[in-house]
Design a protein around this ligand. Sequence first.
Ligand code: SAH
Ligand code: SF4
Ligand code: F3S
Length: 481
Amino acid sequence: MGNIDWDKMDQNAKPPVTEPERQRFFIAKARGYVKEMEKRLGRPLTAAVTTFGCQMNAKDSEKLKGILGQMGYITGKTEEEADFVIFNTCTVRENANLKVYGRLGSLKSWKKDHPHRMIGLCGCMMQEETVVEKLKKSYRYVDLIFGTHNIFRFAELMAQRFESGEMVIDIWEKADQIVEDLPAERKYSFKSGVNIMFGCNNFCSYCIVPYVRGRERSREPEAIQKEIEELVKDGVAEVMLLGQNVNSYGKTLEHPISFAQLLRRIHEIEGLKRIRFMTSHPKDLSDELIQVMQESPKICRHLHLPVQSGSTRILQKMNRRYTKESYLELVEKIRKAIPDISLTTDIIVGFPGETEEDFQETLDVVRKARYDSAFTFLYSKRTGTPAAVLEEQVEETVMKERFNRLLQEVQTISREVCAVHEGSVQEVLVESVSEQDASMITGRLGNNLLVHFPGNREKIGSLIPVKLTKCMGFYYLGEEN
Ligand code: SAH
Ligand code: SF4
Ligand code: F3S
């Protein structure tokens, strides 16, 4: 996208009403303020973006960095040395919130020492009224607060902050548009996340995401295709399609299309080597998806299929809309169609009312599904969700004890599953020079596991066959085949 030079602009001009032109105007305007401050300080300004939470937030942070870069900030600095710090927050579990308050507290003196410094807060936590109230009351030194629906207005809000010198708060209850074509600064040159949809309509009873990310909205397939084509031109070999429930992609579009159909279109993109996606809700996983995964060698043989609990009784209370049996049937169907599939999952321990028997059902599913890996979480009560008002919250000691038993089971199986590839030759996307040994490079298998093997940095970004000589528990040693 073309940049506008603020010095050469009519500074009294009205900002355009349509996006993304409007934001380009404000990027230029904010750039003007940044330049003024650069003159005052006699050096360029720097910024640090700290990301909490999931891949959606990581993707949003790339957008923040892209906009910051165009406003004239040098990004990638540590919080301590930066002139502008922004926290892109998560609120899926209480712990995530506590971390943000902790970090924010430690920035108080950082700002006091250098009053030109600024602090921004955005992301899911900001969509909660109680959070913003608390910030307004007890964290007056924060400069800028915005939420998940108006992240595209970052430059406009920064310009507003520079202009007024006061705390700017802008939170929207819902998103009325998807703004395309804003800048982004990618973390990796060879792989990239791509949003295919935003929000969630599932309302699992424990989960805050639908309240902070809003209703489900899909991007137009053409916009997704165009973005990926441009990424490929720019050297990207692998894309990760992102959505809270990719299996319901496209249902609400004016011309509905299925997720499997979208994958078929993306498969056609020349030069693209690998396609990943997450997350798949088990209730919406179609036969058509299994078929397209069988047909397309570009789609990684990996499914992240969160089960959450193995007890049908608990699943019902969670509003997951599948049973233990139907989940296991689905797993069997997938394994039959794609025998080398790698399965991963999310599990919550200690949902209200969970008994030892319910927990045993979860262990049973873990043993039967044999996950490559599982993210395990202690249930966290989120105010505003239906589960938060359920009586019979599970005692913490019980929860933790179950959690440890689960972790042990998951890890034992994980080790066994990981080892089955020993001796095989697999395609690997080279990601980096190994951290421990500069004569080694690190690549990722289709199933997401890492392999270290001799090589040099020129291989970064290419897909090469590697023999997996030795399984080291959760990663491999190998050699180019
Ligand atoms: N859309 C994804 C999940 C996004 S949140 C899906 O449905 O699979 C990521 C994970 O956080 C969830 O899968 C769940 O395991 C966990 N999680 C969500 N809310 C939680 C809560 N209140 N307490 C503990 N874990 C939670
Ligand atoms: Fe949360 Fe359920 Fe939506 Fe996943 S599908 S984001 S767990 S409400
Ligand atoms: Fe957290 Fe928001 Fe993702 S609550 S898990 S960052 S969608």
